[in-house]
Write a protein that binds this ligand. Structure first.
Ligand code: OSB
Ligand code: MG
Length: 378
């Protein structure tokens, strides 16, 4: 596969409703899409960084910079056998996993199209259908949260995750659990607590939560091990795990009992598969996390979720929960039993709406292989 052209573009997309987490409120997304032209096919990937460095250290602008000044110039005109070779080519550039993932994943889509197979098959997926949950932002009152939970359960979603932060936690979780005693329920703190809050977090043990996601600092594995030793609720790590070595460390220290895999956070499909394999070896369940993606990122999440270790419902839900109109066709739909049927056509399995993407684009840049590059690599 010869990398003939790379296009990077920024899209402005407005979420239907603002999404509040412990680190802030998001409504206007600035999404970066990567298109890779390879031997006559075009693969697409999404960079899932947030607009500000509040979830991890990356932003839309740092990703734009890293792709523009380092990643694209180094890859243009290169010849590779498979997309899985990309991490080795990019290993000299430290961090910036989300930026690199957008590029690598575009190449995976291109490779799948070229081989004429669905991306999930190329990744080694084994499911025809994936299980879906929803992540609910922080609400004004417990009553409003309870009515939102009811709406999502009525749509069929199999697991409800509540965003929490200090002052918006126990009372909210208690209200939801009281109304819905039997549901799969979890919480996500996005690093809003500290180890000294252990007696407060312990109060959540009485609600039979499936998991408590990333309660402590974004880069703190040892603290989570100390917390896990003192609470019954299984800890799930999100922010802390950016590669398979981190997963090994966290599991060895018993810092978590579950891991959320996000394609961007771990640097793309190759690394995601490695994290998945480490977890599977140790009997740690994984599930697919979300970053308020457009349809392109969502399609990659669906393909990844078909792997056998993804045994818990992910934060992969219907396009229409986020967007008035998505960038792919058909949009992602969720069945009445809370599942997404995995598409069986080559590549991502969804058509990319080029004209619509063009209309949302606020800036773009492209790199084209020159004839001398082609000679140099052939
Ligand atoms: O921590 O899982 C998270 C959204 C933005 C940043 C971080 C997170 C989230 C979500 C939303 O929980 C998941 C989704 O519906 O895409
Ligand atoms: Mg999370």
């Amino acid at each position: 596969m010869k990398i003939e052209k790379i296009t990077l573009r920024e899209l402005r997309m407005r979420l239907k409703t603002p999404f509040e987490t412990s680190f802030g409120v998001t409504q206007e997304r600035r999404i970066l899409l990567v298109e890779m032209a390879v031997d006559g096919v075009s693969g697409w990937g999404e960079i899932t960084s947030m607009e500000s460095p509040l979830f991890n250290s990356e932003t839309t602008d740092t990703a734009w910079h890293v792709i523009s000044d380092y990643v694209a110039p180094m890859l243009i005109g290169k010849q590779v056998q498979t997309a899985s070779e990309l991490p080795a080519l990019l290993t000299g550039f430290r961090g910036h996993e989300m930026a690199k993932a957008g590029v690598e994943n575009a190449l995976w889509d291109a490779e799948a199209q070229q081989k004429g197979v669905p991306l999930h098959i190329l990744l080694g997926g084994t499911r025809q259908e994936i299980s879906c949950g929803v992540s609910l932002g922080i609400r004004e009152t417990p009553e409003r949260l309870v009515s939102k939970v009811k709406e999502e359960l009525d749509s069929g979603y199999q697991r409800i995750k509540l965003k929490i932060k200090p002052g918006k936690d126990i009372e909210f979780v208690a209200a939801v659990r009281e109304q819905f005693p039997g549901i799969l329920l979890s919480v996500d703190a996005n690093s809003a607590y500290e180890l000294k809050d252990v007696s407060h977090l312990e109060k959540l043990d009485e609600f039979q939560l499936l998991m408590m996601e990333q309660p402590l600092q974004w880069d703190e594995i040892r603290g989570h091990a100390k917390l896990q030793a003192q609470i019954r609720t299984p800890i799930c790590l999100d922010e802390c795990i950016t590669n398979a070595r981190h997963a090994e460390t966290a599991i060895e220290l018993d810092a978590c009992r579950i891991i959320n895999i996000k394609l961007g956070r771990v640097g793309g499909h190759t690394s995601a598969r490695q994290v998945h394999d480490v977890c599977r070896k140790h009997g740690i369940p994984v599930w697919c996390g979300g970053m308020l993606e457009s349809g392109i990122g969502r399609a990659h999440n669906i393909a990844m979720s078909t792997q056998p270790g993804f045994t818990l419902p992910g934060d992969v839900s219907a396009s229409q929960r986020y967007w008035h109109e998505d960038v792919i066709e058909p949009e992602v739909e969720v069945s009445r039993k809370g599942t997404i049927r995995v598409p069986q056509t080559p590549g991502l399995g969804f058509a990319v709406k080029r004209d619509f993407i063009e209309s949302l684009t606020s800036r773009s840049r492209h790199w084209t292989a020159t004839p001398s590059m082609v000679n140099a690599t052939s």
